[in-house]
Design a binder for this molecule. Structure first.
Ligand code: NAP
Length: 358
């Protein structure tokens, strides 16, 4: 049970990220001072939204330079912080060298941040942004789980360096975090396991997250022939920020926590967008047949292998989110609100155009 003093600064790693943006906003609106680590504090364009949010809030922000691959680089930012939110980790599905681009920053980064926490007098709690990807690899894993749903008890056992390497990076990083946490008793670890994050970004123009690439593709015609009917859990980025903050400040918060508002599918998400925006934007209207994906998937996108199609297409996705409701006081907003707000944000920021491919 850790009580966190809100007058002390709070560290957020990966501050320029899609997920971190809303966490930082909520912290500053609540009057806290955020120590924000970024790889390049001189990149004004990437920090602009955070500076603006700080100016409009009751709190403040201070930027620190830190790289996940650079041992010791988080120490200065952590000084005086009781609470650390470690969100930084690359989220991309298409990579040339999975070891270098995904595994090393995820695992070494977690080691570097947690080793800094071991050496920093003030730290009492670390909240790690892991993922449901550390729980399952393919939809078929959720169908095969007890009662057909994944829980915090499950671990991803099927991802590898060559198959779904992002999921592998999140699994290895979370395991490393639990190993380091168990070796000491100065701070406790609370893990957040979000499903696919959608919702409006605080930084729509500079965000690198795969979530935003997917959202754009839903409206720019990339999927106009149809969307693969793949089950997916969806969480709103604003609800996810609340989950992080509750995980940080509720003294009894503990363990892994699945944060997922809706057991859904890409087809359902597309149908919601279609009902609202389908007349003006090229949103997918139907599901792509599985046989077609088996045939052309590997040629169109190297992630869509036959194994991937077999294990995901026309499969449901189900997770049990009751721990988050019971222990982190989560209330999840309707899926329609998430999808509509996401798309309106893309339109407002001119990131998709009516009826055109981009
Ligand atoms: P994002 O917008 O791409 O944010 C990733 C952040 O990691 C960026 O701030 C990036 O900083 C930082 N980063 C990457 N490599 C780094 C390095 N070598 N050193 C320091 N910082 C580095 O992605 P996101 O969607 O917000 O993801 C944030 C976290 O949520 C990740 O841990 C991700 O695995 C997790 N998550 C995301 C989803 C989702 O659907 N989006 C779902 C589950 C879990 P730069 O600005 O310097 O590049």
């Amino acid at each position: 049970m850790k009580n966190i003093d809100k007058t002390k600064p709070v560290l957020v790693t990966g501050a320029t990220g899609y997920v971190a943006g809303w966490i930082i906003k909520k912290l500053m609106d609540d009057g806290l001072t955020v120590h924000a680590t970024v790889r390049n504090p001189n990149d004004e364009q990437k920090l602009e939204h955070l500076v603006k949010m700080a100016n409009q809030s009751n709190g403040g922000i201070k930027f620190f330079k830190a790289d996940l691959l650079n041992n010791g680089s988080f120490a200065e930012a952590m000084q005086g912080c009781e609470l650390v939110f470690h969100t930084a980790s690359p989220f991309m599905t298409e990579v040339k060298d999975a070891q270098k681009e995904l595994i090393e920053p995820a695992v070494l980064g977690t080691e570097n941040v947690l080793n800094a926490a071991m050496q920093c007098e003030s730290v009492k709690r670390v909240v790690l942004t892991s993922s449901c990807a550390a729980i399952y690899t393919d939809c078929i894993d959720t169908e095969n789980a007890t009662n057909g749903e994944i829980t915090e008890e499950n671990w991803n056992t099927n991802a590898s360096l060559t198959y779904q390497p992002y999921s592998y990076s999140k699994t290895l990083a979370e395991k490393k975090a639990w190993e380091i946490a168990a070796s000491q008793s100065k701070w406790d670890l609370v893990v957040i396991n979000p499903s696919m994050v959608f919702g409006p970004a605080t930084n729509p123009k500079t965000a690198t997250s795969e979530s935003l690439s997917l959202l754009k593709q839903m409206g720019d015609g990339s999927f106009s022939p149809g969307v693969p009917n793949i089950g997916v859990g969806i969480i709103d980025v604003r609800d996810l920020a609340t989950a992080h903050i509750n995980a940080g400040f509720i003294p009894s918060a503990s363990g892994r926590n699945i944060i997922s508002g809706h057991n859904s599918s890409f087809l359902e998400a597309a149908q919601i967008l279609n009902n609202e925006f389908g007349k003006q934007y090229k949103i997918p209207k139907k599901a792509l047949p599985k046989w077609l994906l088996m045939l052309i998937g590997p040629m169109v996108n190297k992630v869509i292998t036959r194994k991937f199609v077999q294990n995901n297409v026309n499969k449901t996705w189900k997770a049990n989110n009751t721990k988050s409701i019971r222990e982190l006081n989560m209330q999840y907003r309707p899926l329609k609100e998430t999808m509509v707000d996401s798309f309106e944000s893309l339109i407002a920021n001119k990131l998709i155009e009516k009826g055109k491919r981009k």
